[in-house]
Design a protein around this ligand. Structure first.
Ligand SMILES: *[C@@H]1O[C@H](CO)[C@@H](O)[C@H](O)[C@H]1NC(C)=O
Ligand SMILES: *[C@@H]1O[C@H](CO)[C@@H](O)[C@H](O)[C@H]1NC(C)=O
Length: 252
């Protein structure tokens, strides 16, 4: 199987980052975990629950957007394999269910500056605009409209490496590498408006998607993983870690 994946994720990062200048502190109501605490991992795991209500609404002080729903302005996907060969652009994606995350592990290896996290999400619903051109199981597919997708019970494992950098004499953390693996259960996907709104062809294509949804998602897995990596790296961690000094994020 030839697998070529390239993902460009554009999260209006420039807009976010250019509006964030200077060193910030975590909001008063945020939990803090000391890096000298031998039980820092327990503290961080508990913190993932404590910050949930704030993440749901977003943390404007840190320019962290609301996660319920979570809006992804644009994702472009390109995939070449036996069963899927396409270019797609997704816009204004509304993701629901992210706030029901449940971490079972949030380990920070302080000397190595490595994070190892495991989380489960019961159900995610995605809706947005799409434009697609390519082939699905050998049959051409093209069109644009609204897509809906659902994934049930996903397990996500994330590894992240950071480094300490000095900015104006202050230590900040910087993400150098993120990778994630994801197992998704019971996926469903539906596209409308295919083939210039040809109803019969749209129906036939959706039937093919339905019958092969597990295979398609298996094939799309590297793409989904890359999108999740970028989401975690660019949006959630980068904004936080690059704007709050290390000593304020994880005090000595
Ligand atoms: C991330 O990549 C490293 C190195 O390739 C690997 O050891 C680790 O298992 C990966 N972790 C995840 C969660 O994918
Ligand atoms: C996620 O993990 C749970 C608990 O280990 C397991 O029961 C479930 O089958 C996993 N789901 C997927 C999609 O792998």
């Amino acid at each position: 199987m030839v697998l070529k994946t390239s993902v460009v994720v554009n999260y209006l990062l420039i807009v976010f980052l250019s509006s964030v200048l200077g060193a910030k502190d975590l909001p008063k109501y945020f939990p803090r975990c000391r890096r000298s605490d031998p039980k820092i991992n327990d503290c961080l795991l508990k913190a993932t629950d404590q910050v949930r209500p704030y993440l749901i609404k977003g943390v404007p002080e840190l320019n962290v957007p609301p996660i319920e729903p979570f809006i992804i302005p644009e994702v472009t996907l390109e995939q070449g394999s036996n069963i899927l060969n396409f270019k797609a652009k997704l816009n204004d994606i509304v993701v629901r269910g992210l706030s029901k995350y449940k971490f079972s592990q949030f380990d920070f290896d302080v000397p190595k500056l490595h994070f190892h996290c495991k989380a489960a999400i019961d159900e995610l619903k995605l809706e947005g605009k799409y434009e697609v051109k390519g082939a699905l199981l050998g049959a051409p597919i093209h069109g644009k409209g609204i897509f809906r997708a659902e994934i049930g019970n996903s397990n996500i494992t994330v590894f992240q490496a950071i480094r300490i950098i000095k900015k104006r004499g202050i230590d900040f953390t910087q993400v150098i590498f993120t990778n994630s693996t994801i197992d998704v259960g019971k996926p469903k996907a539906q596209l409308d408006g295919l083939f210039d709104n040809n109803e019969a062809l749209t129906k036939a294509t959706n039937a093919v998607i339905k019958d092969n949804v597990e295979r398609l998602f298996e094939d799309l897995k590297p793409v989904i993983e890359k999108v999740i990596n970028s989401m975690i790296e660019d949006l959630l961690f980068k904004l936080l870690t690059e704007n709050v000094p290390y000593d304020k994020l994880y005090p000595k």
